[in-house]
Design a protein around this ligand. Structure first.
Ligand code: PEP
Length: 249
């Protein structure tokens, strides 16, 4: 079975309720491919999850941008996987580089979060990616392999994971990876999955690209055989997100 194209919109820490309503209206009015062909998941800040859930068209889905590493309790400021499930939110983004780098989330912590979120029934967009320094020193594959290994060591069933390759140097910088650069890492990641998680996991797991994807560069990236979709930041707040949703068709 083919891997269904996946387009995620990471709204990050942006928006007022009025702005969020405007984005949802834009999405709701858009003509896009059928959900049989493209899976669309948008990720508003926690405080807007309930509102977006009540307004968003039913063929699009919703992700939280993070969740706590284990069962909720005395963890001030955190939001647990159980709460997301209770709210009817099916997806969560984990291991985004902004959290890894700004909030010091380690590979192991991210791996634990992925395992716990899955155990509670959430689907996970798990992010990996190298910094510019790591790319320039030739360690891109070693870095993403270690990040992926921390997940693979804790997870046996990959059917509810989408792996997002997001080079840190391309996130929010306007400096997109070339289609060849993205394809190279996606190919290597799939090979890594084949060797470490099995042929079935490698063949079926969607590996999506994130990093300055926009309406102008998405088609060429989407044409690469191991690019199964996108995680989009800045452009997911703009009308061009619709073009990105359509990029595989
Ligand atoms: C992201 O934050 O996941 C991302 C890819 O951001 P941008 O598209 O703005 O580079």
């Amino acid at each position: 079975m083919g891997r269904k194209f996946f387009v995620g919109g990471n709204w990050k820490c942006n928006g007022t309720s009025d702005e969020v309503k405007k984005i949802v209206t834009l999405l709701n009015e858009a003509e896009v491919p059928s959900e049989d062909d493209v899976e669309v998941v948008v990720s508003p800040p926690f405080v807007f999850l309930r509102m977006v859930k009540s307004l968003l068209r039913p063929d699009f889905s919703i992700a939280a941008q993070n969740c706590w590493v284990r069962k909720g309790g005395a963890f001030t400021g955190e939001v647990s996987a159980e709460m997301l499930v209770n709210l009817g939110i099916p997806w969560v983004i984990l291991g985004h580089s902004e959290r890894r780098l700004l909030l010091n989330e380690s590979n192991e912590f991210v791996g634990d979060k992925v395992a716990y979120a899955l155990s509670q029934g959430l689907k996970v967009i798990a992010c990996v990616g190298e910094t510019l320094e790591q790319r320039e020193s030739g360690s891109t594959m070693a870095v993403v392999a270690v990040q992926t290994k921390a997940i693979a060591e804790r997870v046996l069933n990959w059917s509810n994971i989408v792996l997002a390759y997001e080079p840190v140097w391309a996130i929010g910088t306007g400096k997109v990876a070339t289609p060849a650069q993205a394809q190279e890492v996606h190919y290597e990641l799939r090979k890594w999955l084949h060797e470490n998680a099995g042929a079935e996991v490698a063949a079926t797991t969607r590996i999506i690209y994130g990093g300055s994807v926009n309406g102008a560069n998405c088609k060429e990236l989407a044409a690469k055989p191991d690019v199964d979709g996108f995680l989009v930041g800045g452009a997911s707040l703009k009308p061009e997100f619709i073009d990105i949703i359509k990029s595989s068709t």
